[in-house]
Ligand binder design. Structure first.
Ligand code: NAD
Length: 242
């Protein structure tokens, strides 16, 4: 059966209450300074940026985002027996929370549910770090070595895990259908996967409210809200492969 690859971006999670960066209500449109909170050099060099970013993460966690209809539709497609691989730029873990097995998800930009020490590289739980913030530590340091802690995400200015990127490229080359959903496709190298899939003959579907730089390669463009359009689109894919 034909492999379906799904590249998801922040737009798939806006219905879960997590703002995207570049959409009409995106964090960067309302607060241009917010880009610094997820840029490695600013984060490492400026304790004030770190203090702000811990508060942002604490507030985000307090909102307890839940998967939405689009995440559930992706998990449902996989359960229907269609071979599916999700390559996500998101760090929210909502695909897995919706029931998609871990082995089906490549987190290109890491996860916000873990923290990593920038000195000794030990990883630990974000929830525990946020408890320390809640208890009054403005910028909790690594408990093993005292180094600067950051979320286990790929910030701007950091390299992607080469193995994760290689796996994503292999999927882009092998799939028969490539659906990109909720991404402005402006972040590289994630966006380049779209071109690779198209070059290797995949049918390319772009699901995004706003135009993307890859629209001209698309076989189908869907502008309707993701929460409605993606479930419809994916139901069609599972039906057609019956
Ligand atoms: P982006 O903010 O650049 O683009 C999101 C796109 O989704 C926009 O073009 C917007 O118009 C569209 N969109 C938003 N909600 C939509 C909806 N309901 N229906 C249709 N279209 C909708 O996001 P990106 O391309 O993923 O790049 C941002 C980077 O920031 C990523 O690397 C990601 O790691 C990170 N990020 C992640 C999260 C998350 O984990 N949920 C949230 C914000 C940013």
């Amino acid at each position: 059966m034909a492999l379906v690859a799904i590249l998801s971006g922040a737009g798939i999670s806006t219905d879960s209450g997590i703002p995207d960066y570049r959409g009409p209500n995106g964090v960067w449109r309302t607060d241009p300074e917010a880009e610094k909170l997820v840029t490695y050099d600013f984060y490492m060099s400026d304790p004030a940026i770190r203090r702000r970013s811990w508060l942002m993460r604490r507030d985000a966690a307090l909102r307890k985002p839940e998967p939405n209809a689009a995440h559930r539709a992706v998990a449902e497609l996989e359960r229907s027996g269609v071979p599916v691989r999700v390559i996500t730029q998101n760090i929210d873990g909502l695909h897995q929370r919706a029931g998609l097995p871990d082995r089906k998800v490549l987190e290109l930009h890491g996860t916000a549910h873990r923290v990593a020490c920038t000195r000794c590289h030990v990883r630990s739980s974000m929830a525990v770090a946020l408890e320390r913030v809640e208890a009054g530590e403005a910028d909790p340091a690594c408990t093993a070595c005292g180094g600067v802690l950051k979320p286990a995400t790929v910030m701007f200015g950091e390299r992607l895990d080469p193995q994760v990127l290689a796996d994503a490229m292999a999927i882009a080359k092998a799939c028969e259908v490539f659906v990109t959903v909720g991404s402005s496709l402006q972040v590289q190298p994630a966006a380049s996967l779209v071109g690779i899939a198209a070059e290797h003959g995949a049918r390319l579907v772009v699901v995004n409210a706003e135009p993307t730089p890859y629209d001209e390669l698309a076989d189908e463009i869907v502008r309707e809200p993701i929460g409605v359009s993606l479930p419809k689109l994916l139901a069609g894919l599972s039906g057609s492969d019956g």
